[in-house]
Write a protein that binds this ligand. Sequence first.
Ligand code: ADP
Ligand code: ZN
Length: 430
Amino acid sequence: MAIWNEKAENMDRDELRALQLEKLKKTVRTAYDHVALYRHKMDEAGVTPEDIGSLDDISKIPFTTKQDLREHYPFGLAAVPMRDIVRIHASSGTTGKPITACYTKKDLEMWAECIARVATAGGATADDIAQISFGYTLFTGAFGLHYGLEKIGCAIIPISSGNTERQLNIMKDFGTTVLIATPSYAMYMAEVAEKMGVMKDIHMKCGIFGAEASTEELRQELQRRWGCVVTENYGLTELLGPGVAGECMCRKGMHINEDYFYAEIIDPITGKVLPDGETGELVLTSLEREGQPSLRYRTRDITHIITEPCECGRTSHRIAKITGRSDDMLIIRGVNVFPSQIESVLLTMEGIGPNYEIVVTRHNYTDYLEVKVELIDAAMLDRFSDLENLQKKIVTALRTVVGIDIKVSLVSPSTLKRFEGKAKRVTDLR
Ligand code: ADP
Ligand code: ZN
């Protein structure tokens, strides 16, 4: 199992903590001196950069939220003049103003380094042909992966997302061995490949997927369909883009690039820092970003930190699979439901495909949850008792895991929406 940067990734933990502290002090100083938002927040809390004497002192610094970034759109959080900025990205902004990210030359180098580590951990090498099926747009995914894979020496196919049949023909003709995509797009590509009959001519070595939540069950399904190892990685525009953390071949949590990011887990309600191993909201502080440093950014992503040593030999801590964004959580008749719980159940059931849609409605002050899922065999629609039995089985399995009654609608194969980027599977009509 190859490691890209032995010195950084296998660093002794005490040495790492000393390095993190040194970088944290510098980051806080720069943020305070050059970004009005951070200066105001720290002044209000009565904290100065000199108050950071240990890593634990980070808890004195106020949190930053998505709202803060929106209010300072577009460049209010930049810490350097525009002449030092060489790249600008933005997130989709579907729920408000987009979040922008400014990078200096050094930031881009650091980004490529982060991706080189994550992609090497996921199995990519200089011998590989890597197809990047993320959109080459303002979105951080494609460009982030691009420069990291190039640093490793992969032959990159910058195909972008969409035009799935063409993607698959290229995979076959060019001999793609590494695929970069969202898990939901990778699943759609697999379906189309099977229909086209080209899967036998595609010889993937690894799928390096990320940018959205997915379950272990979905990974298993992707590995089965593509016949290769699938690892996942994590990142967000606010901090960098992809490259914050990524899995190694052990596939037991994503190694954090801890020399660049300081991770904390907090109770999302009280804001209290939780001990390692407890589940809560991930809060991230950048330790080397020049263009746009982040202090204690509340990601809204729910996970826990794994501190046990990993069999791969890396000494870094890992984040466990993200179980959902705290704002993705559905409250149905008072019960907290994460879409990932539903996905886990659906993907283990026989007779149905991996695509689903969740619809939430409210009638007479009561919430209802409906899950639409595709049958694998269309002929079943004519066999009423089989259909009813399958439906009952799914309802029971969902009730056991989620704890509430969910209406299950079985629909014809290939009728639900497919996604070329991040999937949007929940429609809340309340
Ligand atoms: P947006 O989705 O808001 O347009 P980004 O593209 O920056 O913005 O997405 C970052 C978010 O994507 C993260 O905060 C997280 O919710 C989600 N995400 C990224 N990678 C993963 C992953 N491996 N697992 C779960 N969620 C992820
Ligand atoms: Zn590992």
